[in-house]
Write a protein that binds this ligand. Structure first.
Ligand code: SAH
Length: 349
């Protein structure tokens, strides 16, 4: 026990652990160690961000996807999905509604939808930029050529979310079709960083075949990339995927890793994800209490929410945007935090 307390102290003071240290800390975690970790993580988060919680309005604008990731409910092979694609005007009206609700960051997320070409997406970004000059525009639209990333940036996008999913090549290939690789994914991340985006990466906790050793590799990669944001959430099986019978990731491990990431990258933006809220009724509150400082409620039109299901039992699919916003505000207030109307740029620069 003492040995692991010392590792947590080292992480708190030096913001780094070796591969062997990460593996043993993750494998040997206990409820007592977690409590100690979370108190330090809250301390660090409050030093930089106080009790402020940033909100991002998530607009899931298309569920068409050319990829076939084994874990994902909107993978190409899933013929049971009702596919939709929001038109530009609809997306702009989601932004308008979000703006009025106090959102100053819009996250545009989709599957890899070939009919959303570079030009079409760049035009959309330009329009949002023109209409909402004081808002951050975040993209979460997968892998593109560097020149397209540049075009989106030039059109006005500020941030890009692209989870690395898992650092290890072999593990990556067990979760993805042969057309995708860990190396390519990481190359995209480095390119996004070079272009000047605020970059977010991350992984699923408890993904099939994941081990403490593999998570250690993920932590070392996060340290190396030093992103502005890190999104992690539990893997949750979807009934129409090859992983339908796999176990979901746990609340306990997700919280532990949130605390670790806060200590390793003190100024990083760390969302308490919808997936965390899906596996436990107080998941998002507990995420905040473990060191997270961002929530990402849904701004998608209610009609399409039930079609953007990456995993089973996703929460908030029947609610209006305003309801989601209010619900989260109350949840954050119940634990002594407050949602703020701000772009919420990362201090990790
Ligand atoms: N097409 C975009 C957006 C992906 S969806 C892209 O490639 O980046 C955003 C994230 O949801 C994924 O990166 C993945 O980590 C997560 N996700 C997908 N399926 C999931 C599942 N079954 N359980 C939990 N998270 C999942």
């Amino acid at each position: 026990m003492d040995r692991y307390i010392k590792l947590i102290d080292k992480l708190y003071q030096k913001h780094t652990l070796s591969d062997a240290e990460w593996t043993s800390l993750i494998a040997s975690r206990t409820p007592e160690l977690s409590e100690y970790l979370f108190s330090l993580a809250r301390d660090v988060r409050e030093r930089y961000y106080g009790k402020d919680i940033y909100v991002r309005g998530l607009i899931e604008f298309s569920n068409y996807c050319k990829n076939d990731c084994l874990y994902c409910g909107i993978r190409r092979s899933n013929r049971n999905v009702h596919r939709y694609r929001l038109e530009e005007d609809m997306i702009l009206s989601c932004c308008r509604e979000g703006y009025e609700l106090g959102f100053r960051t819009f996250v545009l997320q989709s599957g890899e939808d070939a009919s959303y070409t570079e030009d079409r997406l760049a035009n959309l970004i330009r329009k949002i930029r023109r209409n909402f000059p004081d808002c951050a525009i975040t993209l979460s639209v997968g892998e593109w050529e560097r020149s397209s990333y540049q075009a989106f940036f030039d059109a006005g996008a500020d941030r890009y979310l692209l989870r690395h999913e898992t650092y290890n090549d072999k593990h990556y290939s067990m979760l993805h079709p042969a057309s995708l690789s860990a190396k390519k994914r990481r190359q995209c991340l480095w390119e996004l960083k070079e272009i000047g985006y605020q970059v977010g990466t991350g992984f699923m906790v408890g993904a099939p075949f994941q081990t403490a050793q593999l998570l250690s590799e993920d932590m070392l990669f996060l340290e190396e990339l030093n992103p502005q944001m890190v999104g992690i959430g539990p893997f949750i099986p979807h009934h129409n995927t090859p992983f339908k019978d796999e176990a979901a990731g746990t609340l306990e491990l997700t919280l532990f890793l949130l605390g670790c990431i806060r200590l390793m990258l003190p100024k990083v933006l760390l969302p308490s994800t919808t997936a965390l809220g899906t596996i436990h009724p107080k998941g998002r509150e507990l995420g905040i209490l473990s060191g997270a400082n961002v929530v990402m409620p849904n701004l998608s039109p209610t009609e399409v929410r039930k079609d953007y299901l990456l995993y089973d039992n996703k929460i908030c699919t029947g609610d209006e945007s305003a309801q989601c916003r209010r619900c989260l505000e109350q949840r954050m207030e119940s634990i002594g935090y407050r949602i703020v109307t701000a772009r919420g740029d990362s201090l990790n620069i």
